[in-house]
Design a protein. Structure first.
Length: 669
């Protein structure tokens, strides 16, 4: 058997269609294969938004009920924290040596800055600046500050000003570069920082049961470890934490996770997550966790998890984050703190300006920390400050950890190592359980439906060609977005024929041209149903942000947010289309063809449903380990992602399931 070596080269069951070409053939212009009315590109995102909105409505009911008594508040706090610790993914089981070094000192007026490097994980270096007050006796309260999305990280002018202001007011402040920023760019080849590479690395992280949120949170935890190891820091006081934008994100996630954090003040981040999706849409990979809304977790819930610790919201009134939504979240948090008789421990400070760590917000952050860590309510005034050049604050020799340390281990490398470590667990999983039980786990992970609503089919017109007819079909199911499809039926007698469900991520008409691949199947006597799975063809989401190198960024993120990855929803679509073919009196057997990004969907459908006599894939990934985790620079990976999948299976495991059914094979020329 001559197999396509690009796909599952070690498998024996992947089937490739006769003469399948690698490139799309243009459809004859006179033939219009559109089925949907205008606006099909908005259907998927709007549907996901409505599902998320409904889940958040259910959350509001639970919030209302919990606020009825302190006991119910405690119960909800514990449940939220347990759910959060689960969805953030795997964190290291133990803390390894920091191996911290001070690589230089910068003397400033009233404070000094130490250039610091430590290892949050073995050979995974964190670059930081430690701002210390000059003079004075005894130890000082400690502050930790993660950077927002600045390419130069800790050297960004607003972060220099904030840390200097803390030091001038008697704090030891540690500001550290998050992954992909400052001196910690992980994917140098991508020529992107922060928002781009966070998302690119998140695909592999999620597959191995981790998250970019978790990676950044662990760096924050180890930053606090370093801070508390310094003699200048008062060990008897909690650590304060603040950060702006992406740093506000990290502050929000970490302040609920590490009990050592006392007063906190996330800036330019907190709002209603549903409103964020409705306005600017999902952001990069450091701001989202799968299943947050399924667990009833909104931004405000990270305040719930830590109440009654002092927590201030800092906000810009002209932010691209909806300020009214921020006010709404702040009101809920105030209600919570009032219910536990600690209203003074929360609040909101806003500034009539754009997104950013503006001078008023910096002053408010320092004032909040002085109030709770120094018992000092005197207003803070920021003086004129002389800033340092980026290189003066550089902790590494070359300016990047990946080139400064020969043995540096990046997030991409850690994900790949973890994926390979899990190979034994995956093998054991399939050995210890029967196939039916394993597939039940697969179904659960991808969020596929246990039961499908019966599909209705409406014919929207026909195109006649020599020897066969093409019907334009609209396939609908209750509660689902419609599927556009083309049904190719050979003319002639009504005897039963073999049939094919044909799914191509480029769209149902990509291979529908005269002399195209579908016509070859029809000429061979097959009925073919070519279907646009959701997000493909006529329902391609045109609103996804291309800067994340992913044309499915927003729909893939929102699908995971509601606990139903796109891949699983598309499996439902394939099986619904198969139901349509199965009901035809002239269909004998059904095979399945998946092309490009539809390939992994076809493999899942073929493994979960025994009706397919064969499964063929072309120009598709062959393995999550080899083609996603190992290749984070590949565009458009997020639509493939099933969080935690590699703890149980990889795509070759599905190939083996299909092969075990003695699937009919076709030879490739």
């Amino acid at each position: 058997m001559n197999l396509d070596h690009k796909l599952f080269r070690h498998s024996i069951i992947v089937l490739v269609l006769l003469g399948l070409t690698c490139f799309s053939i243009s459809v004859v212009a006179a033939e219009n294969f559109d089925v949907l009315e205008k606006g099909g590109d908005k259907l998927l995102y709007d549907s996901l938004l409505q599902q998320s909105k409904q889940l958040y409505k259910e959350r509001q009911i639970r919030v209302r009920d919990a606020l009825q008594s302190p006991q119910e508040i405690v119960i909800r706090q514990k449940r939220l924290l347990s759910d959060y610790r689960r969805i953030i993914g795997e964190l290291p089981a133990e803390k390894t040596p920091l191996n911290a070094k001070v690589t230089g000192v910068v003397k400033c007026d009233g404070y000094r800055i130490e250039r610091v490097i430590f290892e949050s994980r073995p050979n995974h270096h964190v670059t930081a600046n430690l701002y210390l007050p000059r003079g004075g006796n005894g130890s000082f309260p400690g502050m930790v500050m993660p950077c927002g999305h600045s390419s130069n990280g800790k050297a960004c002018s607003v972060y220099q000003r904030a840390c200097a202001l803390f030091a001038l007011n008697g704090f030891v402040a540690l500001i550290y570069d998050p992954i992909c920023q400052g001196e910690r760019h992980q994917l140098i080849e991508s020529r992107g920082h922060g928002i781009v590479t966070h998302s690119m690395l998140n695909a592999g992280s999620l597959l191995v049961g981790r998250s970019i949120v978790g990676y950044e949170a662990w760096d924050g935890i180890r930053s606090i470890d370093y801070l508390l190891n310094r003699d200048e820091v008062d060990q008897g006081k909690p650590i304060g934490m603040t950060g702006n934008s992406g740093g506000g994100t990290q502050t929000t996630f970490l302040m609920a996770l590490d009990d050592r954090i006392g007063p906190a003040a996330p800036s330019c981040y907190v709002m209603r997550k549903q409103r964020k999706y409705e306005t600017i849409g999902p952001a990069d990979g450091c701001q989202h966790l799968p299943c947050e809304v399924v667990q009833g977790i909104d931004h405000a819930d990270y305040f719930w998890m830590r109440a009654p610790k002092p927590t201030l919201i800092l906000a810009a009134e002209k932010d691209f984050f909806d300020f009214d939504s921020t006010i709404d979240a702040a009101n809920e948090i105030k209600h919570l703190y009032t219910a536990i008789d600690k209203p003074e421990c929360t609040g909101i400070f806003s500034y009539d300006g754009p997104h950013g760590f503006s001078k008023p917000l910096r002053q408010a952050a320092v004032g909040w920390m002085k109030r709770w860590l120094m018992n000092d309510a005197v207003p803070v005034i920021e003086p004129e400050l002389k800033l340092n050049a980026d290189k003066a604050l550089q902790a590494t020799v070359t300016g990047q950890v990946v080139s400064s340390f020969k043995e540096e281990v990046t997030v991409a490398e850690m994900n790949l190592a973890r994926a390979k470590e899990l190979a034994g667990d995956r093998c054991q999983f399939w050995q210890d359980n029967d196939t039916k039980s394993c597939l039940a786990q697969v179904r659960r992970l991808i969020g596929a439906s246990q039961k499908r609503e019966k599909a209705s089919v409406c014919n929207k017109g026909s195109v006649k060609r020599e020897g066969y007819l093409i019907d334009k079909l609209l396939i609908t199911r209750q509660g689902q977005i419609p599927m556009a499809a083309l049904l190719f039926v050979p003319q002639g007698d009504l005897a039963k024929r073999p049939a094919t469900v044909y799914v191509d991520s480029r769209g149902k008409a990509s291979d529908a041209a005269v002399d195209g691949e579908i016509e070859k199947l029809v000429r061979a006597g097959r009925i073919v149903l070519s279907v646009d799975l959701r997000g493909f063809g006529e329902t391609t989401d045109k609103g996804s942000d291309k800067r994340y190198r992913n044309n499915e960024h927003r729909v893939a993120n929102l699908a995971m947010h509601i606990g139903r990855p796109l891949l699983g929803q598309r499996v439902d679509d394939i099986l619904a289309a198969t139901d349509v073919l199965s009901e035809r009196a002239d269909v004998e057997t059904i095979n399945l063809v998946g092309l490009y990004d539809a390939g992994p969907v076809a493999l899942h459908a073929g493994a979960l449903d025994a009706r397919f006599s064969s499964v063929s894939v072309k120009e598709s990934i062959r393995s999550w380990v080899d083609d996603v985790v190992a290749k984070p620079l590949t565009p458009n990976l997020l639509g493939y992602v099933v969080p935690g999948a590699l703890l149980k299976y990889d795509l070759p495991d599905l190939v083996r399931v299909i092969d075990s059914r003695k699937v009919k094979r076709q030879q490739k020329n």
